[in-house]
Design a binder for this molecule. Structure first.
Ligand code: UT7
Length: 331
C-alpha cells in the first residue's frame, strides 16, 4: 500500500496586523520589516478562537474536498507549538472532539516549523504499514498567544492560521508520495526557544516577569543555519530520487523569510513560477505555513492532479524536513 496526498484545506483568521500597526507597538518600521523579511501583514486569531478551532475549519475543507466524511478518518495528527492546552489534552484530541470523531488515534507532533512534514512522514508510515487508511494531518498555530509583542525581533515575524490535508491509502504507485525526509539536531535547542513554563523552568513569577513563556530567537544565527540546511536537504532528496528541479511543478517551502526562500530557490535554479511564496501576507505561521501555501495555489486554480510538489521546512529544535509529493486527488 502507498500513501497519497488527496486534498488540502486551510483557515485564515479575519483580523489583520499590518507593519504600520506594529510601528505603533514597537520601535520598528514598515521599511525594515519589508526589506529584512518580505512580510507586510499577518492574520491574528480572535481572543476566544483556539488552535483547534482553526484546525477544525481547515480540516473540514480537506475532508470535504477528499469526498470523505469525518467518520472515514482513522487517525488524526496535529502539528503545533501553540496547543490549546499546556501538556494535555492534545490539540488533535480537541480537533477529534469538534469533528465528532472518536475511537481513533489522535496525537500532536512537536517539531516547530517542520511539524507539517513530520506529520506527513508519520501518516505515510502508518498507511504503508497498513495501520491507517485515511489520515487527517493538521498544522495549526495561534502564535499570537506565545509571541511577546514588546520584542521587536520576534513580534514582527509571526501570524496565526491553519492548514490540513488528507493522506489516503492507494495501490497506484503513480499517486504515491515519493519520499519524505525528516531530521533534527538538538545542539541548536536554544536558538529558537520558549525558555519558561516547561519542566526545565516551571511557571513562576520570575518566569512571567522575564517574559520567558514567549518565543525567543537568535534570528541571525538561525537564518544562516536555515539557508545552509534547507539547500542541502532539498538537493539530497532530489538527487536520491533522481528528480531534477525542472521536474518540480511547485516548490512550497516553510514561509519564514523571503530572503531564505529566494536563497534556496536560486540554489536550486528554480523558475519564478515554481516558487510558492505567501510570507508577505501571512508572515511565519510555523507548522501551518506549508499547507496554507498549498491551499492558496489550490484555490487559485493553479494546483492540478499530478503536479509534483517539493516541500521543505526548517524550525526550532533545530528540526528540518523535505518531501516529494504528487498532488493526487481521487477525482
Ligand atoms: O521559522 C523558523 C525559522 N526561522 C527563521 O529561519 C528566521 C530566521 N531569521 C530571520 O528571518 C532574520 O534573522 C530576522 C528577520 C529575524 C532578522 O533579520 P537580520 O537581517 O538577521 O537582522 P539582525 O538580527 O542581524 O538585526 C539587524 C539590526 C539590529 O540592530 P543593530 O544591532 O545592527 O543596531 C537589530 O537590533 O536590526 C535590528 N532589528 C530591528 N530593527 C527594526 C531587529 N529587529 C528589528 C525590527 N525593526 N523589528
Amino acid at each position: 500500500m502507498y500513501a497519497a496526498f488527496r486534498s488540502i484545506g486551510s483557515y485564515v483568521p479575519q483580523n489583520i496586523l499590518t507593519n504600520h500597526d506594529l510601528e505603533k507597538m514597537v520601535d520598528t518600521s514598515d521599511e525594515w520589516i519589508t526589506k529584512r523579511t518580505g512580510i507586510k501583514t499577518r492574520h491574528i486569531a480572535d481572543k476566544d478562537e483556539t488552535t483547534s478551532d482553526m484546525g477544525v475549519k481547515a480540516a473540514q475543507k480537506a475532508i470535504e474536498r477528499a469526498a470523505l466524511k469525518p467518520q472515514d478518518i482513522d487517525m488524526i495528527v496535529c502539528a503545533t507549538i501553540s496547543p490549546d492546552y499546556f501538556c494535555m489534552p492534545s490539540t488533535a484530541c480537541m480537533i477529534a472532539k469538534k469533528l465528532d470523531i472518536a475511537n481513533i488515534p489522535a496525537f500532536d507532533i512537536s517539531a516547530a516549523c517542520s511539524g507539517f512534514i513530520y506529520a506527513l512522514a508519520t501518516a505515510k508510515a502508518f498507511i504503508e504499514s497498513g495501520m491507517a487508511k485515511n489520515v487527517l494531518i493538521v498544522g495549526s498555530e495561534k502564535l499570537s498567544a506565545i509571541v511577546d509583542y514588546s520584542d521587536r525581533t520576534t513580534c514582527i515575524l509571526f501570524g496565526d492560521g491553519a492548514g490540513a490535508a488528507i493522506i489516503g491509502a492507494t495501490d497506484k504507485k503513480e499517486e504515491a508520495i515519493i519520499d519524505v525526509n525528516i531530521a533534527a539536531d538538538g545542539k541548536y535547542y536554544d536558538f529558537l526557544i520558549t525558555p519558561g513554563c516547561g519542566t526545565n523552568k516551571p511557571c513562576s513569577e520570575e518566569v512571567l516577569k522575564e517574559r520567558e513563556c514567549f518565543i525567543k530567537m537568535k534570528g541571525n544565527e538561525t537564518f544562516k543555519v536555515a539557508v545552509k540546511t534547507l539547500t542541502n536537504d532539498v538537493n539530497e532528496i532530489l538527487e536520491k530520487n533522481r528528480i531534477s528541479s525542472d521536474d518540480i511543478t511547485y516548490f512550497v517551502p516553510h514561509q519564514a523569510n523571503y530572503r531564505i526562500l529566494n536563497a534556496v530557490a536560486s540554489a536550486l535554479k528554480l523558475r519564478d513560477d515554481q516558487l510558492v511564496m505567501t510570507v508577505s501576507k501571512y508572515g511565519n505561521t510555523s507548522s501551518a505555513s506549508i499547507p496554507m501555501a498549498i491551499n492558496d495555489i489550490y484555490e487559485e486554480g493553479r494546483l492540478k492532479k499530478g503536479d509534483l510538489l517539493l516541500l521543505d521546512a526548517f524550525g526550532g529544535g533545530f528540526t528540518w524536513g523535505s518531501a516529494l509529493v504528487p498532488f493526487s486527488p481521487q477525482n
